[in-house]
Design a protein around this ligand. Structure first.
Ligand code: ATP
Ligand code: PRP
Length: 217
């Protein structure tokens, strides 16, 4: 049995065409079904539905053989026990520092002010500000980071930005790009040895589908 860990929403939807190339079509839609284990058109393959930030954990411990996770999530997880053979070039966004439109970020950086930074990406933020030799107080949040500067919880946030609509709607502006983000296929290192033929087959087909799509765009 091959088990693939996916999160609902954009990762599930954008991974579907790539799995279809390997003949893997889910039997149910996780948005309407409450099931967490979903069969597929291939009797030897099932999909488990987990939180986006939990995907690396399921794959690390071998509860799933394969998974799809954003680079943002993988940096926070650390990547232990994971093989990351393929950038799927889906769920693209950018990891950014953002502040209120009326906040002088450049001035604060220059004067060496100690900033409060709210984020769910604590590891990413810690590395970014350490590289800039900036002293910051990191405040861990689990979502809606854009609110923090509006109510005085923090001066800055670190979050993913795609269209920029969420920042704009809340009067925030991006001031620094930390990283370009996309989702990666991740594989349990032990499973890749034990189930080599099956997993390599899926990997090769998905890799070809990603390359084919790149060629078509
Ligand atoms: P969790 O449920 O664990 O809190 P989440 O809410 O961040 O995670 P999703 O919103 O489904 O989960 O995002 C999954 C991945 O898609 C993220 O890890 C990131 O790599 C990417 N992503 C997040 N927001 C966007 C966006 N607005 N546009 C494109 N990709 C995004
Ligand atoms: C993410 C992120 C931002 C937003 C950025 O949230 O935390 O809030 O997307 O996207 P934008 O630049 O296109 O506005 P979430 O996963 O909730 O996004 P969603 O609203 O698309 O689900």
């Amino acid at each position: 049995m091959i088990t693939i860990a996916l999160s609902k929403g954009r990762i599930f939807e954008e991974t579907l065409p790539l799995l279809a190339a390997a003949g893997i079509v889910p039997a149910e839609d996780p948005e309407s079904s409450r099931k967490l284990i979903i069969g597929t058109s291939r009797p030897d393959t099932r999909i488990i539905i987990v939180r986006a930030s939990d995907v690396p954990t399921y794959v690390q411990y071998g509860a799933a053989d394969l998974g799809v996770a954003g680079k943002d999530v993988l940096v926070e997880h650390g990547g232990e026990g994971l093989y990351q053979p393929l950038d799927l070039e889906i769920a693209r966004c950018r990891m950014m520092v953002a502040v209120r439109g009326d906040f002088d970020y450049a001035g604060a950086v220059q004067s060496g002010a100690r900033l409060r930074v709210a984020t769910k990406y604590v590891q990413t933020a810690r590395e970014h500000f350490a590289a800039k030799r900036m002293h910051v107080d990191l405040i861990k949040l689990y979502g809606s980071m854009e609110l923090a500067p509006l109510v005085g919880l923090a001066e800055a946030i670190v979050d993913v930005v795609s269209s920029g609509n969420t920042l704009r709607a809340n009067g925030l502006v991006p001031v620094e790009e930390i990283d370009a983000i996309s989702a990666r296929l991740i594989v349990n290192q032990a499973a890749l040895k034990l189930k080599h033929a099956e997993l390599q087959g899926i990997l090769d087909t998905v890799r070809a589908a990603v390359a084919g799509r790149r060629g078509a765009s």
